[in-house]
Design a protein around this ligand. Structure first.
Ligand code: HEM
Length: 524
C-alpha cells in the first residue's frame, strides 16, 4: 500500500465522485469491480456514499485515516474521534465545499447552503421553529398516522413495502407540521394542478433528477413525461410555499398564534416578522430572511426530514424483527410507561421512553443516513490524526478535503467486539435516581446528527417522530421475520445479510434488495 506525504495510506482513483460528469456515467463501469487481481477495487470509492456500502471494511484494513487520491482532489478520510471533533466543531475554519452546499438551494439559500455570518442569520430564525409546541404536534400527528395504517389487513410486508409505508408517514408528518395543519394535503385547491402531497412527494422522491434538470429551460411539451411532471411539481410546490407564507402573514392575531405554535413555517414567519420589527424600531441587529430564503428553508426541512426518518424507522423495525429479545425489552418499557389512553401524551410519556430512543440511536449507528460529510479549510489548518506510529498532527491546506467517515466511526472496534451487533442496551444506563437514562458511550465516534454548532436542528423532531411511531406499533404488534417458505433461521440470516451488507446511499440509506425479505405483524 502506498503512503502519502502525511504518512497515511492512499487509495489511488482514476476519477472522483466530486466530478459532476462522472456520476451519470458511473453505472456503465460497474463491470470493473469484477476484474481479476483486485484491479477494480477502486470503483466503490468513486461513489459519494461509498461508506454506506463499505461499512468499516476499509478503515479496519487501513486505519482510522487514509487518503482517496484522484486527479481531481485529495480527500483525507477520517473516523479518528479527535479529527471528527475538530472539523465539525470548528465549522468556521472548516466549511462545507460549495460543490456540496449549493446542491439543494434551488428554492432559495437556506440554513444548509450558507456559511459564516449568513448561516448564523438563517440558523437563528430557523432554529426557533423547533420548539416544544412543534414536538407536541409531531407526537400527535405521528401517532394518528400510525393508527391509520392497516397492519391487520396487510400483516406481512416486504422491507420495500415497510419503507413506502414509513415514507408516507414521514411525508404526512412533515407536510402537516412543516406547513401548518390547516392545509388539505391531498386535495387540489383552485388554481393548482397538483395536491401539496403530490408535488412534495414527487420532488423528494426524485431529488437527484430535480437537481440535474430543474434549471432546464425547454418548453414543457418538449420534455419527456417524467421531467414534465417534475417541472409542474417544482412550480406547484413554490406556489404552495408562497401561499402558506402569505397565509401566515395575513392571518389575524389569534389564528396566527395557533398556526405559529404548531408549524415550522409559522414559527419561522413569526421569528422573521419580529426581526423586521426590530429593523423598523432601529433596535438590535436585525437578521430576517427574504421570501425566497423562507422557501429555501422550508424546502430543506422537508428534504432533510423525510428520507432520514423513514430510513431509520425501516431499519429499526427490521432489526427488531431479527432480535425478538430486544423487542421484549422494549415492550417491557411500553407496558410500564405507555398506554392507549389520552395520557400517552408527548409531555407525560415521551421523556420516559428511553429504550425506544435507544433503539433509534443503535439503528443510526448501524445504518446512518449520512455516510461521509466533507469539509475543507479556508486557510492551512492543523488536523490531529493517528497512524501506526501513534497520534500526530498534519497541516491541511485549502483545497484539500477532509471527509468525516460515519460508518468507519460507528462500526469501529472502539465500540468493543460487538460493534456490528444490534444492541440498543449499549445506550442505556441507570441514573443516580435509579431511572434509566440514555448515554452515549465515551471513546468511540458517534454523531449521526453531526456534532458542533451545525448539528442537525431537526434532531429532536426526528426523535419524537421515531419514538411515537415505535411506541404505537410495538405496543400493539410483535414483529417477526417473514419466513416465506424458508426455515426461520434461513429467513433471519437472509434479512440480516440484507440489512448489514446490501445497503446503498441515495440521500439516505436504502436497501439494494428490499423485496427479498420482509416482516410480519402479529397482534399482541
Ligand atoms: C434520523 C433523522 C435525521 C438524521 C440522522 C439527520 C442528520 C443530519 C446531519 C448528519 C446533518 C448535517 C448535514 C451536513 O452538514 O451536510 C443534518 C443537517 C440538517 N438537518 Fe437533519 N437529520 C435528521 C432529521 C432531520 C429532520 C426531521 C429535520 C427537519 C424537520 C432536519 C433538518 C436538518 C437541517 C435543516 C440541517 C442543516 C443544518 C445546518 O447546516 O445548519 N433533519 N441532519
Amino acid at each position: 500500500m502506498n503512503t502519502c506525504t502525511f504518512g497515511l495510506p492512499i487509495i489511488l482513483l482514476p476519477v472522483s465522485f466530486e466530478e459532476p460528469w462522472w456520476m451519470p456515467l458511473r453505472p456503465l463501469f460497474a463491470w470493473v469491480e469484477n476484474l481479476p487481481f483486485g484491479l477494480g477495487n477502486w470503483y466503490i470509492y468513486t461513489n459519494m456514499g461509498w461508506p454506506t456500502e463499505d461499512g468499516a471494511r476499509t478503515s479496519v484494513r487501513l486505519g482510522e485515516n487514509f487518503v482517496l487520491c484522484s486527479p481531481a482532489s485529495n480527500i483525507i478520510v477520517t473516523c479518528y474521534p479527535p479529527a471528527i471533533q475538530k472539523i465539525f466543531k470548528e465549522h468556521k475554519d472548516w466549511p462545507k465545499p460549495a460543490t456540496q452546499s449549493q446542491l439543494f438551494a434551488f428554492y432559495g439559500q437556506n440554513v444548509s447552503s450558507t456559511q459564516g455570518a449568513e448561516w448564523q442569520r438563517h440558523r437563528k430564525i430557523t432554529a426557533s421553529a423547533f420548539n416544544e409546541s412543534a414536538f407536541r404536534e409531531v407526537w400527535d400527528e405521528t401517532t394518528a398516522r400510525v393508527k391509520g395504517i392497516d397492519f391487520e389487513g396487510e400483516s406481512e410486508r416486504s422491507l420495500g413495502r415497510i419503507r413506502s409505508t414509513f415514507d408516507l408517514v414521514a411525508m404526512q408528518v412533515l407536510a402537516n407540521v412543516g406547513f401548518g395543519q390547516d392545509m388539505g394535503l391531498t386535495t387540489v385547491p383552485p388554481g393548482h394542478r397538483e395536491s401539496l402531497m403530490d408535488s412534495l412527494g414527487f420532488i423528494l422522491k426524485h431529488i437527484m433528477l430535480t437537481i440535474i434538470f430543474n434549471s432546464l429551460e425547454a418548453p414543457e411539451y418538449l420534455l419527456p413525461d417524467k421531467l414534465r411532471k417534475l417541472k409542474v411539481s417544482v412550480a406547484e410546490l413554490r406556489m404552495y410555499m408562497k401561499e402558506a407564507v402569505l397565509r401566515h402573514m395575513q392571518a389575524n392575531k389569534k389564528t396566527a398564534e395557533n398556526l405559529q405554535k404548531r408549524s415550522l413555517l409559522g414559527a419561522m414567519v413569526k421569528a422573521n416578522e419580529a426581526e423586521k420589527e426590530q429593523l423598523q424600531k432601529g433596535t438590535g441587529r436585525p437578521s430576517y430572511l427574504t421570501e425566497s430564503e423562507l422557501y429555501g428553508n422550508i424546502f430543506v426541512f422537508n428534504l432533510a426530514g423525510y428520507e432520514t426518518t423513514a430510513s431509520s424507522m425501516t431499519f429499526a423495525l427490521s432489526y427488531l424483527a431479527a432480535y425478538p429479545e430486544t423487542q421484549d425489552w422494549v415492550f417491557e418499557e411500553l407496558q410500564k410507561q405507555y398506554t392507549e389512553s389520552e395520557n400517552a401524551s408527548y409531555d407525560s410519556v415521551y421523556p420516559k421512553l428511553v429504550r425506544c430512543l435507544a433503539v433509534m440511536y443503535e439503528t443510526l449507528r448501524l445504518a446512518s443516513p449520512a455516510p461521509m460529510l466533507i469539509r475543507s479549510p479556508t486557510e492551512s489548518r492543523e488536523l490531529p490524526i493517528i497512524t501506526k506510529e501513534g497520534p500526530k498532527s498534519i497541516t491541511v491546506s485549502p483545497g484539500t478535503v477532509v471527509g468525516g467517515h460515519f460508518y468507519g466511526g460507528h462500526l469501529s472496534s472502539r465500540w468493543g467486539s460487538s460493534s456490528d451487533t444490534f444492541d440498543p442496551k449499549r445506550f442505556v444506563s441507570d441514573s443516580v435516581s435509579g431511572d434509566e437514562a440514555l448515554v452515549i458511550p465515551e471513546g468511540p465516534m458517534y454523531c449521526p446528527w453531526l456534532l458542533g454548532p451545525r448539528a442537525c436542528p431537526g434532531k429532536k423532531f426526528s426523535q419524537v417522530e421515531f419514538v411515537a411511531l415505535l411506541a404505537q406499533i410495538m405496543s400493539k404488534w410483535r414483529i417477526e421475520v417473514a419466513v416465506a417458505g424458508q426455515s426461520p433461521q434461513t429467513a433471519r440470516g437472509k434479512l440480516m445479510g440484507i440489512l448489514l451488507d446490501e445497503k446503498y446511499f441515495n440521500i439516505s440509506t436504502h436497501l439494494l434488495h428490499p423485496e427479498a425479505a420482509g416482516v410480519r405483524f402479529v397482534r399482541r
